[in-house]
Design a protein around this ligand. Structure first.
Ligand code: MG
Length: 269
């Protein structure tokens, strides 16, 4: 009888001692992350015709060696964190549909609609490209927006993915909730209507604003840096606009054309 119970015991023991991702990420060296300032918007999808926010677009961004790869996260009706830009996926409202229903409809390249869990697992296999996690505000309620923030932080912390992650959002309350839950989290605000000094006072670490906000005030970027606030500009696809921001010492440029921007950055060095 004893041997019958011994096999399950050995199996459980092997599971416990097997090194997991969570155990190996404590030693991430922040200096390893690339400093070229290029952020691929929804992954690197355009050149190869990949679906936006797909695992394939993340892998492509990583292979290009960009400093960051951005992606959009939303909450399904049954509380699963999934990647999609729009509130509606294949005619289904994500917030009102269970993940089991959404995943019946694959992406154009055959991938299952990615979960945050799967996405982070791929992103954490390397330590060069940061993962820029955009939290999409709920269209149903502020409570669900805050629930999205809480679930995302819980997932990131559980996977020990903090060194990779910068949280971004158009919803200031989402970012404040993230700062409350993890005061050391990197956070950047997207909506363009808060000063660097106010961001600093609220514990937000960066301004990730539309290019017109930065262009309207020539001193915005330098003032932000003086206040200890990082700067990221979206979404810069025009080569002349890339030149404009590269000349102004911005920290990050988010683009649908990472190949073009990487070439420009390399030419400057
Ligand atoms: Mg986004």
């Amino acid at each position: 009888m004893r041997t019958i119970f011994l096999f399950p015991a050995i199996f459980i023991f092997l599971l416990l001692v097997q090194p997991s991702t969570a155990q190996t990420t404590g030693s991430v060296n922040q200096d390893n992350f690339l400093k070229n300032g290029v952020v691929a918007h929804r992954g690197a999808w355009k050149k190869d015709g990949l679906p936006q926010n797909s695992i394939a677009s993340l892998k492509k961004a990583i292979s290009l060696e960009v400093a960051g790869s951005e992606f959009d996260v939303q909450l399904t009706a049954d509380g699963v964190l999934v990647l999609n830009h729009d509130a509606v996926y294949e005619g289904m409202h994500i917030e009102k549909t269970k993940y089991s229903g959404l995943k019946k409809h694959p992406l154009k390249n055959g991938e299952v609609l990615p979960t945050l869990d799967n996405y982070l697992k791929i992103g954490m296999k390397q330590q060069k490209t940061r993962l820029i996690l955009e939290l999409k505000p709920s269209q149903i309620s502020k409570e669900r927006s805050l629930l999205l923030a809480q679930k995302a932080v819980a997932k990131v912390n559980k996977m020990r993915a903090q060194p990779w992650i910068t949280y971004i959002s158009f919803d200031y309350d989402i970012l404040k909730e993230i700062v409350r839950l993890d005061p050391s989290a990197k956070t950047m605000y997207l909506n363009g209507d808060v000063s660097p000094e106010q961001l600093k006072a609220d514990g937000i670490s960066g301004a990730d604003y539309h290019f017109n906000v930065f262009r309207k005030d020539e001193n915005w970027i330098s003032n932000a840096h003086k206040a200890g606030i990082e700067t990221n500009v979206w979404t810069v696809n025009d080569p002349l606009l890339m030149d404009y921001f590269l000349a102004r010492d911005i920290d990050f440029i988010t683009t649908d054309e990472p190949e073009t921007l990487l070439k420009k950055v390399a030419e400057m060095e």
